[in-house]
Design a binder for this molecule. Structure first.
Ligand code: CAA
Length: 283
């Protein structure tokens, strides 16, 4: 099946990056959100991030303009009914995602593939609330989307092979690489990455090292591009905690216990870069 039109739900950090790479690869993109402000902020951010690529001669000014022309926005979820592939990148809360799928499904064409960019929620469970579990899968981009090479493709228990192959072809058309993951809590990247970040927070909590020494150790000692606490601020401490909770609940193993200091930061509203304060102060 040929995919030409892509619907993206949610104009936040991930949604605008997904719109960016899809439009640049030649797909018609329809981006939706519940807030007009979020939509216009996302379009400006895509333009700014495309400008970075133009300034580095990665793309031409004409390619940028063509990509911008392929992005349209709507506040009406049913408008996504005419798309071939939908990627949901709304808030990482299962009830929110389920409500979106329930509202959207009656408007979809029979062939449309539904996917979620969830970083940890069960694909099988999300799929079970739709009319097309065999045409449903996880399509998980990494942040920042225009830069990171990987997309995790997660099959739910019912996902069929044509759906997987169609999604794989889309990933390859973006010039990115796919890793196939089974549907278990947090899949592959976050099953490994977020416990590492949680352990870094324990290292801070127990006084083994300061924020700076923990991050410097992992940057210079393990060649990570960002230290784990800097990365936690980048991802969002609420997202890190939500993923630890999915691992803890889903795998019932105390090794996934969220660090109390991570919980305290989230309770304080210190969520990282997006609130200007996390392990670092961005004010
Ligand atoms: N759009 C377009 N280009 C961007 C960009 C964006 N949003 N952000 C950065 N770039 C580009 C820059 O223009 C630059 O391009 P060139 O290589 O062509 O010069 C390149 O990316 C590097 O950027 P910078 O020089 O500004 O900064 P940097 O060298 O410090 O790299 C980084 C920034 C790419 C974010 C790097 O620090 C990094 O790789 N960090 C780790 C990111 C990571 O681990 N992401 C995964 C998070 S986990 C996740 O996403 C899963 C989940 O579900 C939670």
């Amino acid at each position: 099946m040929e995919i030409k039109r892509i619907g993206v739900i949610g104009a936040g950090q991930m949604g605008n990056g997904i719109a960016h790479v899809m439009a640049l690869a030649g797909y018609e993109v329809l981006l939706t959100d519940i807030s007009e402000d979020a939509l216009s902020a996302a379009v400006s951010l895509v333009s700014k991030n495309l400008d970075r690529q133009v300034s580095k001669d990665r793309i031409s000014a004409d390619e940028k303009q063509a990509a911008m022309d392929r992005i349209s926005t709507t506040l009406k979820l049913p408008d996504l009914g005419g798309t071939d592939l939908v990627i949901e990148a709304a808030t990482e809360r299962e009830t929110v995602k389920q409500a979106i799928f329930e509202d959207l499904v009656p408007h979809l064409q029979p062939h449309t593939i539904l996917t979620s960019n969830t970083s940890s929620i069960s694909i099988t469970r999300l799929a079970s609330r739709t009319d097309r579990p065999e045409k449903f899968m996880g399509f998980h981009f990494m942040n920042p989307v225009p830069v990171m090479q990987l997309v995790e493709l997660i099959r739910g228990i019912a996902t069929d092979e044509p759906t997987y192959k169609a999604c794989l072809a889309v990933v390859e058309s973006l010039g990115k690489s796919a890793a196939s993951a089974e549907d278990f809590p947090a899949f592959i990247v976050n099953r490994i990455l977020i416990p590492m970040i949680n352990e870094a927070v324990y290292t801070l909590y127990e006084g083994v090292g300061s924020v700076k020494s923990i991050d410097t150790s992992m940057k210079l000692g393990a060649n990570h591009p960002m230290g784990p606490l800097e990365l936690a601020d980048f991802i969002g401490l609420d997202t890190c905690l939500a993923i630890m909770n999915v691992l803890h609940d889903g795998l019932a193993d105390t090794k996934y216990r969220p660090c109390p200091l991570l919980v305290k930061y989230v309770e304080a509203g210190w969520l990282g870069r997006k609130t200007q304060r996390g392990f670092y102060d961005y004010r």
